[in-house]
Design a protein around this ligand. Structure first.
Ligand SMILES: Nc1nc2c(c(=O)[nH]1)N[C@H]1C(S)=C(S)[C@@H](COP(=O)(O)O)O[C@H]1N2
Ligand SMILES: [Mo]
Length: 257
């Protein structure tokens, strides 16, 4: 059995092949079996990052929707409630003691509370969330553009990637969930640190108190339950070395849609 990083890879890939994708998906399923979605999965899985980048210029914005398009029941996927004791204690207290740590290749490492993040200029976007397992939902997210959060830190010249470290472990995995994007993606106007969803405080199943939202990549890139953000020059020596939990289990690092 191929037991990569403490999770059964065949189980993870098997789920991607349809296990969970065939469940009744409430308000999301009408989107998930359409032709564009099949095409999207093909391109995300087989086209390499550079070809994908040529097809979809990195500057383009993902489509934005209206309130009328919101999925009545948004799916929660992966971890729904982190078991981590520190996370549970923070959640019991409404996350007032939670701090987002920001460090790595920056001049001014910082810790930010939820209140401090909420005091920054906010954006709200209604976008579609596409999971590699074959379903989509449309939701409304409010948060701070990641570029706004990073700018005052003084990102150093050598920094190439933004790493996102989370509180949870998926399905008993050894490594905690983590993800990464490059600096171009970090500066994109639809890349945000979201603390609200559908006009409410971000609920725990969807990543409270703070999660990453991207316009143009698949769901697994959008780390929930954020704990720490680091600027790095390489992720080859971090966890499994592929830049994210899904990537360490065989998925593409650039998960373009
Ligand atoms: N920390 C963390 N982030 C995560 C996951 C997870 O299990 N843990 N699942 C990923 C996957 S596969 C998807 S599709 C989305 C699901 O987000 P949702 O629960 O808001 O639908 O979160 C992504 N980010
Ligand atoms: Mo996903």
């Amino acid at each position: 059995m191929n037991r990569l990083r403490g999770i059964d890879r065949r189980r993870l890939l098997g789920r991607a092949a349809g296990g969970i994708g065939t469940l009744l998906l409430g308000g999301c399923d009408k989107l998930s079996r359409s032709a564009w979605f099949t095409g999207m999965l093909d391109s995300a899985e087989t086209v390499n990052r550079h070809v994908q980048a040529a097809i979809t210029p990195r500057e383009t914005r993902a489509r934005e929707y209206t309130d009328a398009d919101l999925s009545p029941h948004f799916r929660s996927n992966g971890t729904h409630d982190p078991a981590d004791a520190e996370y549970q204690a923070l959640a019991r207290n409404g996350f007032v003691d939670w701090r987002l740590e920001l460090g790595g290749l920056v001049d001014r490492p910082t810790r930010l509370s939820l209140a401090e993040l909420q005091a920054m200029p906010a954006v709200t976007q209604i976008t579609r969330h596409d999971c590699v397992e074959g379903w989509s939902c449309i939701g409304k997210w409010t948060g701070v553009p990641l570029g706004t959060v990073l700018a005052p830190l003084g990102v150093q010249r050598g920094a190439r990637y933004v790493m996102f470290f989370c509180y949870d472990r998926v399905g008993g995995a050894i490594e905690r969930y983590y993800e990464s994007i490059d600096l171009a993606e970090a500066q994109h106007p639809q890349t945000m640190l979201a603390y609200a969803m559908n006009d409410r405080t971000l609920p725990i199943p969807y990543g409270a108190p703070l999660r990453l939202r991207l316009g143009r990549q698949l769901g697994y890139k959008m780390a929930k339950y954020l704990r720490r953000i680091d600027l790095v020059d390489s992720f080859s020596r971090i966890e499994g070395g592929h830049g994210g939990f899904y990537e360490d289990n065989g998925y593409e690092w650039y998960a373009g849609i």
